[in-house]
Design a binder for this molecule. Structure first.
Ligand code: DI6
Ligand code: FE
Length: 400
């Protein structure tokens, strides 16, 4: 029983318990190799684990490893200059229409070598790791040509060789289209072939799109999703961030894993998401950075029983943010989520937004991705503003 140990004298937020949320209870966790073998009260500990090594935690809080389920963290260059422009009056859409915004990041990303993309991404991943993040979703979408879209996904996957982290990659070829093409031409000549090539290389866990007046119409996203469905790939969507394009309804019609942003989500969109079991991924960092005023309809989503997740949306334009804990605080302060909802949003609901069933909760049989925090109340994680009281991160059973 050498690689088996018991976390004892712990406060647990297992994020599930019969008849309750499993948000705060006392108990023990048995880690056997890379897997959680038991969670519950000390006196229910199965006989075979009684002699395993004990690690008393002096009442510290144990949560699942955190999951950042929406990032664009592979990119090159900075958009600080553009931020300066925004601070002196230009809007996000105006800058993008003038060829800046996503396009300036595309230009820098195309010119960057794989090594440069990797080293930039490692800095951001290390920030997330320092806060107890154990799974990160990363999107392509700053290539807009076949080769660069593929390179972004390859570099994203490479991160797993450099850090103890699990990466899920999302193909976001339909993020924007180059100025010299129209949207359908771009889908035919670049985006759909790139999706096929990326899938053939095994680089795609899900397919995403940017459904917006400055992105793709719902009819165009439908074309992207149709091919994803043919390839057997799940979908998710940037929907209703700046205007209501009916994106969430379309996404739900494909049983999307998630629809993300959702500030301008309609009642029909909410009903469609509830019926399809689509997770609402809220991105308060982008809302804050773009000084949006219309909030996502959190109360209605709650009433409809749509699961809520929170992510950083880490990207150089609308959310240059590498703190998932700060996103939790913003989710509470800006969108009115409770600390419990915020923790669910970066654990079990974030796992669901990625189609993962082996992480996001402390449950027998799940991966032992865990955090030990230097606090005893789970509300501390949302209450503090980007401060990480992390004592120990455990990835696949190993302390790191
Ligand atoms: N919505 C976002 O918030 C990011 N992409 C998207 O479709 C922003 C990307 C960027 O500005 O670089
Ligand atoms: Fe995004």
């Amino acid at each position: 029983m050498s690689d088996c140990y018991i976390l004892t004298d712990a406060r647990l937020a297992p994020m599930h318990v019969e008849g309750g949320p499993g948000y705060s209870q006392s108990g023990v966790v048995v880690v056997d190799g890379a897997t959680i073998a038991f969670v519950g009260a000390e006196d229910g500990l199965p006989e075979q684990y009684r002699s395993a090594q004990r690690r008393p935690l002096e009442g510290r809080l144990v949560t699942p490893g955190l999951i950042d389920c929406h990032t664009h963290l592979i990119y090159h260059g900075s958009r600080a200059r553009e931020f300066e422009m925004r601070q002196t009056g230009a809007s996000y859409e105006e800058i993008m229409r003038a060829g800046g915004g996503i396009f300036s990041t595309v230009e820098a990303t195309r010119l960057a070598s794989n090594e440069e993309l990797l080293s930039g991404a490692l800095v951001r991943v290390d920030r997330l790791i320092s806060e107890g993040v154990t799974t990160v979703e990363i999107k392509s979408g700053y290539g807009l040509d076949i080769e660069t879209e593929l390179r972004m996904l390859r570099v994203a996957r490479m991160l797993e060789q450099h850090r103890p982290i699990r990466i899920r990659t999302t193909f976001l070829g339909a993020h924007a289209y180059p100025k010299h093409m129209d949207a359908d031409e771009y889908l035919d000549d670049v985006c759909l072939p790139a999706m096929g090539a990326a899938d053939a290389e095994g680089l795609v866990d899900a397919v995403d799109g940017f459904c917006e007046t400055v992105g793709f119409s719902s009819r165009q996203v439908d074309r992207v999703f149709e091919q994803a469905a043919k390839l057997g790939l799940p979908v998710k969507l940037h929907a209703e961030q700046l205007s209501d394009q009916g994106g969430a309804i379309l996404a739900a019609s494909y049983q999307a894993l998630s629809a993300d942003h959702l500030e301008f989500l309609s009642d029909e969109g909410i009903a469609a998401m509830a019926a399809a079991g689509t997770v609402a991924v809220l991105l308060p960092g982008a809302f804050f950075m773009l000084k949006e005023t219309q909030k996502p309809p959190v109360e209605k989503l709650r009433e409809a029983g749509v699961p809520l997740a929170i992510a950083t949306d880490c990207n150089p334009g609308s959310s240059p943010m590498t703190s998932l804990l700060l996103a939790m605080n913003m989710g509470a302060i800006l969108f009115g989520l409770s600390p419990q909802e915020c923790l669910e949003g970066v654990t079990k609901n974030a796992a669901r937004a990625l189609g993962l069933s082996d992480v996001g909760q402390i449950k027998p049989g799940m991966r032992a991705d865990l955090n030990i925090w230097d606090v005893d109340d789970p509300a501390e994680l949302t209450y503090r503003m980007g401060d990480a009281p992390l004592k120990q991160r455990i990835f696949g059973g190993a302390e790191c």
